[in-house]
Every structure is written in structure tokens, then in C-alpha cells.
Design a binder for this molecule. Structure first.
Ligand SMILES: [Mn+2]
Length: 327
């Protein structure tokens, strides 16, 4: 419950603010959205004016479903509306950034510029593009931002609707890949706590449902796995299918399930002229070092890189060269 170690700092910051903007990373997932919604509930109970900034145009299915169901229940705004909602007294505004700490990954760069007081609540490692002028509460040992927010819900003793509890639980289930990754006793405790508030594991399953076509495309990537240095699993797609980034990430997650595998790399097309590389690690193999050499980023357990105007096999060669050097 380490976010609670920061409770004084947090209380101080929250007390001062009365207009609070929340935003997470681009390409919202259920951890980003769930933690934003959880935080929103906490702040509402403290009578703050709250807004969630979402600029994403396309959402994954689960996120889309939640946003539809919550229409009208939560103040969701785009970057363009920040100006009119902002409190004229500058020091009364606060921007809370959830599930990322990186300038280049946030929903709205506008928000970073327009709001001076910033607070990051996140579970990813800090890096070169970490937001500089923010108070940072970051715990890489925690499974998800939803787990952190659940600790706060319990600490502030906020009563939340069972539907919100379900969304927050789905963030934990997503980020732990069904309690197989980064799961600690605290993760189970948070899940228990959310269940006691009425979160439904069955509804979580519905939110995390996937399309058969997407699944089939991902399975194709698993039909030809290579191992490198005995501990790295590698696979690449054919150039004929364009994948979504999160699909490559899911395949990389799956590769970690196999015996002896410590890290995984997956290459595939993510746009007409764009190649994506997704990497995962159980924490003992430094994927970040490899990704940075390729111009990408991430943290100790997950990351990605993007390449324009090249081919899958050229990216593969480059990657393998770097992995060889690291032997
Ligand atoms: Mn997350």
C-alpha cells in the first residue's frame, strides 16, 4: 500500500485545488480509464470540480463500451474545452496524470502547458521524457494504476458504485494479464476490496472480451516462435497484415508464459509504412537497453519501438544484431 506512504503529500495537493483535470495516456486502456474514473469518484466525494480529458478518437472495445455506458455520468472533455473550464485563480487548478509519467504519451500536451500544478500517479518507470514540473507518486512494483487508486478509495473510505468498482477491477485484471504478471499480495487484496464493493468478475470478463478475428491474427504470430540465447522468444508477422500496437504487446505477453523465457520481442506492421516492435520482460533481462538502441522506450518489463519506411526483416536484423552484442 505504498501510495499511502505519500498520503500527506497527496492530501496537501488535493486540499489546495478545487478544479481538477484528470488525464491518462493516449490510446486509453482499462487501467488508464479505470484509474481515472476511480480518482474522479474520490475527488467528487471531496466536492471538487472534476474533468477527465480524453482526446482519443478511436478506442478499443472495452474502453468504448465503458465510455458509452458512462455517458452523462462523468464530465469528459477534450483539450479544446480546457480553457473554458479552467479556474481563473491559477493555483486552484490541478492536473492529475494517471498511468503514465511521460510527456510524449499523455492525452493532451495542451493540458500540460495550461495547468501549472501537476501530479503524476503511475506504475511505470521514470525516463528521459518524464514530466519535469510535476509531483510524482510512482511505484513500479505495483501491478496497475487501478491498484494504486483502489488503495486510495479504501483510505478515503469512498463509497463507489459497483459498476465503477468493476471497471477498476478490469484495469487490474488487464495489467496483470489475469493475475499472471506483476501480481503481489496487495493486488489480490485490492481485488478483494473491489469485490467487496460489488465489482463483478463476470462483467470484467465481458469488458475484456476480444474479437475472434483479432485473436486469430495474433495466433498466427505464435505459430513460428524463435528462441534467441535460450531466454529470449522472438516472432515476426508477415508483411500482409496490419496489427494494432496492443496486439503485438499481447503476443509479447503470451511469449513470456513459456519455460526458460525471460524476455520477448515481436515485430509486425502497425501502419502502411510503419513497423512496430513490442517487447516484454519478466524483469531479469534488460529490454529497455535494447529498445533504446533502436530508438524506442519503455521500462524494465514492457516497451516498444516504431520504425518508418523500412521492412520487417530489416528491423529483425537490427534487433538480432543488438541482442548478439549483448550476449
Ligand atoms: Mn497501467
Amino acid at each position: 500500500m505504498s501510495i499511502l506512504k505519500e498520503r500527506r503529500k497527496l492530501n496537501r495537493i488535493l486540499k489546495k485545488a478545487n478544479t481538477i483535470f484528470l488525464m491518462a495516456h493516449k490510446n486509453l486502456d482499462l487501467d488508464a480509464l479505470g484509474s481515472s474514473i476511480g480518482m474522479y469518484q474520490i475527488l467528487k466525494k471531496r466536492r471538487k470540480k472534476c474533468y477527465i480529458i480524453i482526446d482519443d478518437k478511436n478506442n478499443e472495445r472495452g474502453v468504448e463500451k465503458v465510455l458509452k455506458e458512462l455517458e452523462g455520468c462523468i464530465n469528459i472533455i477534450t483539450s479544446e474545452e480546457i480553457e473554458e473550464k479552467i479556474n481563473p485563480r491559477n493555483n486552484k487548478n490541478l492536473l492529475i496524470i494517471l498511468d503514465t509519467n511521460k510527456t510524449d504519451l499523455v492525452q493532451s500536451k495542451e493540458a500540460l502547458k495550461k495547468i501549472d500544478q501537476k501530479l503524476v500517479i503511475d506504475h511505470h518507470e521514470l525516463g528521459k521524457t518524464t514530466i519535469k514540473d510535476a509531483t510524482i507518486i510512482d511505484d513500479c512494483k505495483v501491478s496497475s494504476t487501478c491498484e494504486m487508486v483502489t488503495s486510495l478509495i479504501e483510505y478515503y473510505d469512498v463509497e463507489i458504485d459497483s459498476y465503477y468498482a468493476t471497471i477498476i477491477l478490469s484495469g487490474i485484471v488487464l495489467d496483470t494479464n489475469n493475475y499472471t504478471l506483476n501480481t503481489t499480495a496487495e493486488t489480490y487484496y485490492s481485488s478483494y476490496y473491489l469485490a467487496s464493493l460489488g465489482a463483478s468478475a463476470k462483467k470484467v470478463q465481458y469488458l475484456l472480451k476480444q474479437d475472434i478475428e483479432d485473436y486469430t491474427e495474433r495466433q498466427k504470430l505464435l505459430s513460428d516462435i524463435e528462441t534467441i540465447n535460450k531466454q529470449i522468444a522472438f516472432t515476426k508477422a508477415t508483411p500482409y497484415t496490419i496489427y494494432r500496437r496492443e496486439d503485438l504487446a499481447k503476443v509479447a505477453d503470451t511469449l513470456l508464459f513459456f519455460n526458460n523465457i525471460e524476455a520477448s520481442f515481436v515485430i509486425g506492421k502497425i501502419g502502411k509504412d510503419t513497423i512496430g516492435l513490442s517487447a516484454r520482460s519478466l524483469g531479469n533481462f534488460n529490454i529497455l537497453k535494447v529498445l533504446e538502441k533502436l530508438g524506442g522506450g519503455g521500462d524494465a518489463t514492457g516497451g516498444a519501438a516504431k520504425f518508418e519506411n523500412t521492412t520487417i526483416s530489416k528491423v529483425e536484423q537490427e534487433l538480432k544484431k543488438i541482442l548478439k552484442e549483448g550476449e
